[in-house]
Design a protein around this ligand. Structure first.
Ligand code: NAD
Length: 353
């Protein structure tokens, strides 16, 4: 069985992608999983049904900016790997409040690297050779593409938002800790994810929830910004594969090879909602165009050749199958997102600079 006898730290495990990684690790591998999460507004332990009583799972409420707290956890659990998914992740929020992004994404990653290095140096040689630090990042670090071309692992960094700049900084720290201190790090840069348990502020859940209530569907700018959408469970599987088989010091791009404009995404959601829960008028009539996000990157698209060739990973869902699953999940799991709305989260337009 994969990861037999191994303990894996998953930071940000109460978030959208981290929880998918933990569900996958518990269901499909033998790893012991320690979820390290500060529980910000974006966290939700209800995204880990059954985990609390699972014999191979533990939760630690812990900020990755707190070195002493992290040190205690390294000493207590003696992990074989760290998967770093703890982050501030919403571009619009980063425009209004960049400090939190620098704090967690840059200083938090720095602190985690320092504590991982301190711990790694104390390990016996065999454990030291086996240890891995996998940092999870975004394709947004590469900036914006024109109508043609794909991001590869060789694309130069050109981040445009406070969010992507903070992620780019953390990627550089991870690389430097490998080059300078030989900490065995790996890095992934992934395109936009979607799927079950995504926080309602992100495009796809936001539109599903508004569409279900027959509310207007606000699309930024002309709706022609293109993203390369990846179903979150495919991302989770890519990450465990990189951890297991990736070469130390390497970067792997991960994407869904499913380019869609924002307007196309919203129209697909409308059509699926019309099929599941017909309304008096087609949902497409609810689309409205609103002021664009400042610095809104036009197009992201990923060349997944390296991870497919070298690690044998392939996305199992295409955009249509993944979106149908996602819309159905949000329709069938209303308590999950209604609890978030009831906690006081209200989506107001932010990030206009
Ligand atoms: P998320 O916002 O859903 O979850 C982030 C989690 O990190 C939350 O549970 C939060 O409580 C936790 N966290 C935040 N600050 C922390 C801190 N200081 N200490 C400990 N925990 C903290 O984010 P996500 O969408 O799951 O993204 C996870 C990672 O994947 C991020 O690094 C993000 O940059 C990257 N990524 C996301 C996408 C995407 O489409 N969502 C795509 C590519 C890469």
């Amino acid at each position: 069985m994969r990861f037999a006898g191994m303990t894996i730290f998953v930071t940000g495990g109460a978030g959208f992608i981290g929880s998918a990684v933990i569900r996958h690790l518990l269901a499909d591998t033998s790893a012991r999983v320690i979820n390290i999460d500060k529980l910000t507004y974006a966290a939700n332990l209800a995204s880990l049904p059954g985990a609390a009583s699972h014999p191979r799972y533990a939760f630690e409420k812990q900020c990755i900016c707190d070195g002493a707290g992290l040190r205690r956890l390294f000493d207590l659990y003696t992990p074989d790997a760290v998967m770093n998914l703890a982050a501030e992740s919403h571009v619009d929020r980063s425009i209004d409040g960049p400090a939190e992004f620098v704090q967690t994404n840059v200083l938090g990653t720095f602190t985690l690297l320092q504590e991982a290095l301190r711990y790694w140096r104390t390990l016996p040689p065999a454990n030291r050779a086996r240890f891995r630090f996998l940092h999870i990042s975004t394709d947004e670090v590469f900036g914006s593409l024109g109508a043609e071309g794909l991001f590869t692992e060789e694309t130069a960094y050109a981040p445009n938002s406070p969010y992507s700049a903070s992620k780019a900084s953390s990627d550089h720290l991870v690389r430097a800790w490998r080059e300078t201190y030989e900490l065995p790090t790996l890095l992934t840069n992934c395109s936009n994810n979607y799927g079950p348990y995504q926080f309602p502020e992100k495009l796809i859940p936001h539109m599903i929830i508004r569409g279900l209530a027959n509310e207007s569907l606000p699309v930024y700018g002309d709706g022609k910004n293109v993203r390369d959408w990846l179903y979150v469970e495919d991302h989770a599987k890519a990450l465990t594969l990189v951890l297991e088989r990736g070469s130390v010091g390497e970067t792997y791009n991960v994407g869904g090879s499913s380019e869609r404009s924002n307007l196309e995404v919203v129209e697909c959601i409308c059509d699926e909602l019309d099929r599941i829960a017909p309304a008096s008028d087609p949902r497409r009539s609810l689309v409205t165009f609103v002021k664009d996000r400042p610095g809104h990157d036009r197009r992201y698209a990923i060349d997944v050749g390296k991870i497919e060739r070298e690690l044998g990973w392939h996305a199992e869902e295409d955009f249509t199958s993944g979106l149908v699953k996602t819309v159905r999940w949000f329709c069938g799991n209303r308590e999950w997102w209604k609890d978030i709305l009831n906690r006081g989260y209200q989506h107001a337009r932010i990030g206009l600079g």
